[in-house]
Design a protein around this ligand. Sequence first.
Ligand SMILES: O=P(O)(O)OC[C@H]1O[C@@H](O)[C@H](O)[C@@H](O)[C@@H]1O
Length: 321
Amino acid sequence: MEGEKAPAVEVCKGVNGLDKVVLREARDCSAEVYLYGGHVTSWKNDGEELLFVSNKAIFKPPKAIRGGIPICFPQFSNFGSLEQHGFARNKQWSIDTDPPPFPTVTSSRAFVDLILKPSEEDLKIWPNSYEFRLRVTLGPGGDLMLTSRIRNTNTEGKTFSFTFAYHTYFFVSDISEVRVEGLETLDYLDNLQERKRFTEQGDAVVFESEVDKIYLSTPAKLAILDHEKKRTFVLRKDGLPDAVVWNPWDKKAKAMADFGDDEYKHMVCVEAAAIEKPIELKPNEEWTGRLELSAVPSSYFSGHYFSGQLDPEKVLQSSSI
Ligand SMILES: O=P(O)(O)OC[C@H]1O[C@@H](O)[C@H](O)[C@@H](O)[C@@H]1O
């Protein structure tokens, strides 16, 4: 007997009674988005979790959820006077029931539109009116797409600028066997060395200790290869020139209250971002930043991955941004 099919979009309660939206697609693919933070906390293909969320994550305002995809807006890190990574990740978002049309049509039914607007209190901290619309879509093949549209709704002719990141925590089986490709030969600012500028020397980014770097002017496509799982995450991004790579390693892990001591072994943050050149919006102007994630089997060739290049066969199988 066939059971009742679960809905493609369902609004329900998550941890601590917080509202969340569950998106479902065929083959046990799903995603979960909390209205608190407009925060994606789960993305599964074939029932397997692809994002990292800490066992110690605190699902309670005002602390941002540790893991998943926090949204950093209107400030990345401490690049300004606002709180670390801005306030969007610890605000209550709403479901946008009537979003303006999207230029690209999706064949997916599994999507949700969220919106964040400033309250009177928020305006005291950052005196700018804006509408931040976030669409989260789960594609029919299990890909996850996030589209942010930020509009300046200041009425007094005031331009504002902001920095931004999709602070994505990927689940990996063993960080010491992970490599990030697409960033080789690029310049980066090293957060561990007073944000001095260096040029990446390795043929990929690998992890043997704490890493906290902001790569500049990065390509639209990046890959994270998980050797043990033989899985590659492909990131495609648009409007987001920079990419942050972060793993806290053992010492910083111990210092974080909402992160397990050994959990650094099972996560890596690769964050599609706009940091070096802040986005400037005149009144009524809108900016769009898109991230598309897919998980594909890794290609293996004579004991080595195709270094520096993604396997075109595999990459072409997933839809383009
Ligand atoms: O603890 P938070 O505020 O979520 O930040 C986590 C990390 O986020 C990364 O994006 C930063 O580059 C790191 O410097 C920071 O430690």
